[in-house]
Design a protein. Structure first.
Length: 352
């Protein structure tokens, strides 16, 4: 048996220690840890020899030279697979990986319950104006409760937006909103049919119609070329004045300046923001100055249960891939033929 003939590395952190425990139980797999501050003479040979890179999903937590781009790929001639810790894959240039015959996978679905609960929590907190009431009580005397009148979510309309907008997280949000609150669910998703969306508790509509009809607009998708800048000034102008904008997806999908204008002009009722162009946002960020903005620092998927689940499925998917099995969560399936040829050259086995 070959010992440590399959090389995997990561930088700074893993979703959960269970990932390292599972991989280190395999005598044919070597797992190396690097830090953002690691010297080049330390990280260069590890990257050069690596077959797999388990990468963090948050771009601002990873040093730029550890982002997967054409430059890193040139320094990693043996690299076969890049696996994101989460559902997102912001630090990865997928096109460059495809060109190089490197497969990119994520852990979609691993944190769906946690993110959906977070989005629902934001929806209810905004709707009942709980965060505004909390802030008023902390700085004012004799607060007028009638000035903080909210609205019930029961029976209202939630619009789920993305590419794929009603995937693992969107589907769970739809189930919660419809099942718990009897809400109507609209979904914008160009890749699913009306019948497929109906099977996920939603009604298929175009984006403009969703924005016009929804009382709550929830963004749930990865950052891709298609989704970048998807929600801007025009889209916010279509929303109803009493509607709330909620995102647990990724920064850069919505235009922060356009959202600021919409809130300042009271064209929408408020926002729940878990993701930012710069993470975490500085305390002086203009969006944080609004009482009707509920903010969190990309923590929707940060729960004990989600982290353990993400670590486990990431490790299982990685080992399956290194054993020559087709991974279940590819981001660039078009890279498979080139990846398969390179895998056979590296290990003498044709992946299936």
């Amino acid at each position: 048996m070959f010992v440590n003939n399959k090389r995997v590395f990561y930088v700074k952190y893993l979703a959960h220690q269970i990932y390292a425990d599972i991989l280190r139980a395999r005598p044919d797999v070597r797992l190396d840890r690097l830090e953002n501050e690691s010297a080049e003479e330390t990280y260069a040979p590890i990257i050069r020899d690596a077959h797999a890179y388990q990468i963090g999903a948050a771009r601002d937590e990873l040093a730029p030279h550890f982002h997967v781009d054409a430059n890193l790929l040139r320094r990693a001639p043996n690299l076969l697979i890049v696996s994101s810790n989460g559902a997102g894959f912001d630090p990865v240039d997928v096109d460059a990986c495809t060109e190089a015959g490197v497969l990119v996978v994520n852990q979609s679905g691993g944190n769906a319950h946690s993110v959906a609960e977070h989005a629902l929590g934001m929806l209810l907190t905004l709707s009942k104006r709980i965060i505004e009431a909390d802030r008023a009580l902390r700085r004012e005397r004799d607060v007028n409760r009638n000035a903080l009148m909210g609205m019930e979510a029961q029976g209202r309309t939630v619009g789920i937006v993305g590419i794929v907008g009603i995937g693992n997280v969107g589907r769970r949000i739809a189930e919660l909103c419809k099942g718990l609150l009897g809400m109507k669910v609209l979904a914008y998703d160009p890749y699913l049919s009306a019948s497929e969306i109906a099977g996920r508790s939603g009604e298929k509509v175009e984006l403009d119609e969703l924005l016009r009809r929804s009382d709550y607009v929830s963004i749930n998708c990865p950052l891709t070329k298609e989704s970048r800048g998807m929600i801007g000034a025009r889209e916010f102008s279509l929303m109803q004045p009493h509607a709330y904008f909620i995102t647990t997806a990724r920064g850069f999908i919505h235009d922060e300046a356009a959202l600021l204008d919409a809130l300042r002009d009271k064209r929408i009722a408020g926002a729940g923001l878990d993701v930012w162009s710069k993470e975490p946002p500085p305390p002086e960020h203009p969006l944080l100055q609004f009482d009707n903005v509920l903010a969190s620092p990309h923590t929707a998927g940060v729960t004990k249960e989600a982290r353990q689940n993400m670590g486990r499925i990431a490790a299982e998917q990685m080992l399956d891939a290194l054993d020559g099995k087709r991974p279940p969560r590819p981001i660039n399936p078009e890279a498979w033929p080139a990846y398969a040829r390179r895998f056979e050259q590296a290990f003498g086995v044709t992946p299936k």
